[in-house]
Write a protein that binds this ligand. Structure first.
Ligand code: GLC
Length: 476
């Protein structure tokens, strides 16, 4: 009894301190369960840059344009046609299970009414709304997992810029008014490992702490004011090392105390819950859980001349490739400054939704497929491993061949056409040598999907694979 009481006392005491609430594996798995099964999410970059004369933040950092000119877009950011319920409806019809919206990009402009500084959409633009409040309420109501992107850095913050760019507040103000290449300075220093070797003076440490404190307070505002935030999508924790300490471990604990179900991507030191791939589909499967983000056109934010739209077919294929590697696809679109979307984006999202609806068994609640070699193309497995999904990117010239499967095939169908059982046969095989041979499936041309055709192979048991080296059969 005494021991129980001591344990109880200790755990209550440690919990109060925020210690002991470590993310042990079982709770991590619980937190991440929805994410592993979600497969498809929508990412949105929205801010003053959505007026579309520049892309997000980078142009003023790289000196293409002054921050003053960049910010002149603010007066045209109205969000006057923003209808968050309509957004939610579109995302649901697109088949997305989660959404991520930029609460603040590197330009430091908050889409919510932060108390930490005055750089809010309400203060700087004609839009007199707390956009994060409206967005989160609508997404939560619609049952979408609700995520927020947050840039750790703010390239207009005098404390941050003083320590990373050697600029006084006055100098920073001057540089923000002209095109100035902050990025060049930063690259040069980065290349020399300057930041991680730099020793901050006690006075500089205070400046850094003040910056990080504002950063933490903003995050806690986001987590405490807008109901259940399911995901924080961080970006750009830099510099991180040497005297540039973010305290991300403690921050994560605090965030989890505020919101025990929260998950975060991996751009937060070592505290990430899942991996983030960008700018190219991975070839070697990342450790799970993971997510791949990609833009629908070329840019993250809306730009009127950004018309290099990916075809729906390509987007569906990317989704299949992510699923086949056990990952999620986070597809980025940029809402316009008035809160509406490019009709070409809407069209593609709805077409993706149609495809997903038809093929949803091979999308949600699946796991990564077979290793290369069994089949030429991406595949996925149902969670019980009794169904194998083959994603056919091209129209087959003859029957489909799958190799190295011991399990007995029950039947093969094409998703969307359950009534039509396909003709299958097993060829080759040698029981005495444990060689399963090949499964052949006839695929009727008239049932092919113009984007990706999904074949479903159902087995009597969880799939049992032949993974031996091809061997000589000498006693035949
Ligand atoms: C890159 C871009 C940044 C964007 C992010 C989204 O890091 O530089 O602007 O927000 O990708 O993943």
């Amino acid at each position: 009894m005494k021991r129980i009481l001591i344990t109880l006392f200790l755990s209550v005491f440690l919990n109060q301190l925020g210690i002991g609430q470590t993310n042990d594996i079982s709770t991590d798995n619980q937190r991440l369960a929805w994410f592993r099964n979600a497969k498809f999410g929508i990412f949105m970059h929205w801010g003053v840059y959505s007026v579309g004369r520049t892309s997000e933040s980078w142009p003023f950092f790289n000196g293409t344009i002054s921050n003053k000119d960049y910010m002149s877009q603010a007066k045209e950011f109205t969000a006057e046609n923003f209808d968050p319920d309509q957004w939610a409806d579109l995302f649901i019809r697109a088949g997305a299970r989660y959404v991520v919206l930029t609460a603040m990009h590197h330009d430091g402009v908050a889409l919510w009414d932060t108390k930490v500084n005055k750089k809010t959409i309400r203060n700087l633009t004609p839009c007199k709304k707390d956009l994060i409040a409206e967005y989160t309420a609508a997404m939560q109501k619609a049952g979408l997992k609700t995520g927020l992107y947050y840039s750790h850095v703010d390239w207009t913050n005098p404390d941050y810029m003083r320590l990373t760019q050697d600029l006084t507040a006055k100098e920073l103000k001057e540089k923000l008014d002209i095109p100035y290449n902050f990025g060049g300075f930063w690259n040069e220093r980065n290349g020399k490992g300057y930041y991680t070797n730099k020793k901050l003076t006690p006075e500089e440490k205070k400046v850094w702490t003040r910056f990080v404190d504002g950063h933490d307070r903003q995050l806690l505002e986001l987590l405490s004011s807008y109901g259940q935030i399911d995901l924080l999508w961080f970006d750009f924790m830099h510099p991180n090392g040497g005297d540039f300490v973010w305290g991300e471990k403690e921050l994560k604990q605090k965030m989890l105390q505020q919101n025990p179900a929260l998950i975060v991507n991996n751009r937060i030191g070592n505290e990430g819950d899942y991996h983030t791939a960008e700018r190219g589909l991975p070839v070697v499967t990342p450790d799970e859980p993971w997510e791949y983000s990609q833009t629908l056109s070329d840019r993250w934010g809306y730009m009127p001349n950004d018309k290099n739209y990916k075809s729906t077919r390509k987007l569906v294929r990317t989704l299949c490739e992510c699923i086949a590697m056990g990952g999620n696809f986070l597809l980025d679109i940029g809402p316009k400054a008035d809160g509406t979307f490019d009709p070409e984006h809407v069209k593609r999202l709805l077409e993706m939704g149609d495809w997903i609806k038809k093929n949803e068994e091979a999308v949600y609640e699946t796991q990564r497929g077979l290793l290369p070699g069994h089949f030429y193309g991406p595949t996925a497995l149902s969670l019980d491993k009794k169904a194998l999904f083959l994603y056919l990117f091209d129209d087959p010239k003859e029957d489909i061949q799958i190799k190295g499967i011991h399990s007995k095939l029950k039947q093969a169908t094409i998703l969307g056409h359950p009534e039509k059982v396909l003709t299958t046969r097993r060829v080759g095989g040698a029981d005495w040598a444990n060689i399963p041979g090949m499964i052949l499936v006839d695929v009727p041309r008239e049932l092919l999907d113009d984007k990706v055709t999904v074949l479903k192979l159902e087995f009597e048991e969880p799939i049992n694979l032949y993974r031996e080296k091809g061997k000589d059969i000498v006693n035949n």
